[in-house]
Design a protein around this ligand. Structure first.
Ligand code: ACO
Ligand code: ACO
Length: 150
């Protein structure tokens, strides 16, 4: 499995990006300003992340996703750690990430990668998404914010 930066002229893996974020409009917005990296295995794109500069010295991982057939094999962890190293190489001092209140597995993964919870953006998903979203049988309403100094 190899992780590489997606070239400007390449099509982003929209299906994967929409796994992590159901709003194509939001995805297209941050794809314009962020850097997209893909994980390739067996000659196909199996994972993705998008790193977005948000404030001076700070970048946010705004999207991370692994193809369903490849989940649970450590690819998500490698992508998140790769994103942290990329931000560090660019001189960032802080990396941030956020996930829905229902994201039990995501919260586990991010904490295993060194992130700590810094706050909750209440009603974020009610404000920014038209349709109700459910995950693990829980409605996604709040955004749990995490960060780490690097
Ligand atoms: N309890 C405890 N630990 C858990 C749980 C849980 N419920 N779920 C996952 N984990 C742990 C795993 O054990 C593993 O840790 P380990 O290596 O110490 O065993 C780690 O979290 C994740 O393992 P990976 O195999 O690296 O993860 P995967 O390749 O499956 O990718 C991802 C994780 C990206 C979240 C994937 O499931 C996915 O694409 N989901 C759909 C899209 C999504 O929700 N993306 C994130 C949205 S938030 C955002 O984009 C910023
Ligand atoms: N991902 C998604 N859903 C989960 C997960 C997970 N990782 N773990 C549990 N759930 C869900 C279950 O699916 C279930 O929901 P469902 O009925 O919709 O399927 C629900 O959470 C819990 O199910 P129960 O069987 O009712 O829970 P249980 O009888 O196991 O009791 C408890 C839970 C009290 C936390 C028990 O595991 C326990 O005693 N743990 C040790 C002590 C402890 O940690 N207590 C809480 C400390 S905090 C405090 O005391 C305030």
């Amino acid at each position: 499995m190899e992780i590489r930066k997606l070239a400007r002229q390449e099509q982003p893996p929209m299906e994967l990006l929409l796994l992590a974020d159901p709003s194509q409009q939001l995805v297209e917005q941050y794809m314009k300003r962020g850097e997209c990296y893909v994980a390739e295995a067996d000659g196909a794109v199996v994972g993705v992340y998008v790193l977005l500069p948000t404030r001076p010295d700070t970048a946010e991982i705004v999207n991370v996703a692994v193809h369903e057939l490849y989940q649970g094999q450590g690819i998500g962890k490698r992508l998140v750690n790769h994103a942290i190293q990329t931000a560090k190489a660019q001189g960032c001092k802080t990396v941030e990430i956020g996930t829905g209140n229902s994201g039990v597995g995501q919260l586990a993964l991010y904490q295993k990668c060194g992130f700590r919870i810094t706050g909750v953006d209440r009603d974020f998903f009610l404000r920014h998404y038209d349709e109700p979203i459910y995950e693990n049988g829980i409605q996604v309403v709040d955004m749990v914010r995490l960060s780490q100094d690097i």
